[in-house]
Design a protein around this ligand. Structure first.
Ligand SMILES: NC(=O)c1ccc[n+]([C@@H]2O[C@H](COP(=O)([O-])OP(=O)(O)OC[C@H]3O[C@@H](n4cnc5c(N)ncnc54)[C@H](O)[C@@H]3O)[C@@H](O)[C@H]2O)c1
Length: 317
């Protein structure tokens, strides 16, 4: 039975991943600065938690020694806008935190660290339509810088210490549990959640604005899939992922197909529209498909249907 330590385990992605790993018979230990006993108790399978900060070496080392995991999925981070409001704290959590995890894994002989990187690791010079896996990463945000730095640190530990480091670069993730405050791309998730709960929602962008997203269940499963991939077939340590591109109008239409009485309208904000348009729509994920068989399962309608069902009948997470 594989024992997995998930950093940021009480986060949006961490919760789905924890439940999927537990459902597949794994043992899961969550490391977070938060605690949520209700989530741990409701989880089916073997899920426990430890409280500690990624930024604190002693707490990370303590957690790794206590959990004795076979693998670590490192998804704990400080996300925008908090990372940009407090860049010094973001450095400590996202860069020192990754170093602490890699070094603790090395000292404790943990074989594998899987890392959740981001489209934000690419900068404003990246093509909007399709970003090649190996496109130069020149981010201008502290969050993006921390993602590139973590990827390079992981590759260094792989080369220097033979640590089995693997990473996926997520586009914005779409699904129940994405907090409204978790960056400007969160509106796609909030729109579906509000509709499913019978509340009105105004999209903050013009209807034609496209966003590339990945459904949360595909995102969580990708971390399991890359962890299980045959090392011999990996030509890279860091892989772009993509789900589907949806305009705000197409999302509103899909919501109405699944929630016929949904009150979705548009109240475009120029700044938000410009920001969303500046994010690459598609990360070229062909390398992930070829090397380890990556394949998203959920298209727009399947994702919205599952999202509405999960919102109305919340199981776990
Ligand atoms: N959600 C997205 O759209 C998205 C897109 C691309 C990449 N990612 C990456 O995926 C990972 C998970 O993102 P998420 O959406 O679940 O974010 P989230 O904010 O929901 O979860 C992050 C978790 O990390 C925890 N955390 C924060 N500071 C910590 C610290 N000092 N020590 C320990 N834990 C700490 C938080 O409490 C939270 O539970 C992150 O690395 C993020 O950068 C997310």
């Amino acid at each position: 039975m594989t024992r997995t330590l998930i950093t940021g385990g009480f986060g949006f992605i961490g919760r789905y991943l924890a439940q999927m790993l537990a459902d597949s018979g794994g043992e899961v230990v969550l490391l977070d600065i938060l605690s949520d006993d209700a989530f741990v108790q409701q989880s089916t399978g073997q899920v426990t938690s430890l409280k500690g900060s990624l930024a604190n070496w002693a707490e990370v080392m303590d957690a790794v020694v206590t959990a004795k995991p076979d693998q670590v999925v490192h998804s704990g981070a400080m996300l925008p806008p908090t990372s940009e409001a407090t860049p010094q704290a973001a450095f400590e959590v996202n860069i020192t935190g990754t170093y602490n995890i890699l070094e603790a894994a090395r000292l404790c002989d943990i074989k594998q660290v899987v890392y959740a990187s981001s489209v934000a690791s690419f900068g404003p010079d990246a093509p909007r339509d399709l970003v090649p896996n190996d496109f130069a990463q020149h981010p201008t945000s502290m969050y993006g810088v921390s993602k590139v730095c973590s990827e390079r640190l992981g590759e260094y530990y792989h080369r220097r210490f033979n640590l089995d480091f693997r990473a996926v670069r997520f586009p914005p993730i779409f699904g129940l549990g994405r907090a409204a405050s978790s960056g400007l791309t969160a509106f796609t998730s909030v729109a579906v959640e509000e509709a499913a709960l019978g509340r009105p929602f105004a999209m903050p962008v013009v209807p034609e604005t496209p966003t590339g997203v990945l459904y949360i269940r595909d995102a969580a499963r990708s971390l399991m899939d890359i962890a299980a991939a045959d090392n011999a077939s990996l030509t890279h340590r860091c892989y772009n992922l993509h789900g589907f591109v949806v305009t705000a109008q197409e999302l509103a239409d899909a919501i109405r197909r699944h929630v016929p009485d949904a009150q979705v309208s548009f109240d475009p904000d120029d700044q938000i529209t410009t920001f969303i348009r500046s994010i690459p729509q598609k990360l070229d994920d062909r390398l992930a498909r070829t090397d380890w068989g990556w394949q998203p399962v959920f298209n727009l309608d399947e994702a919205v249907a599952d999202f509405v069902k999960t919102t109305r009948h919340p199981n776990i997470p």
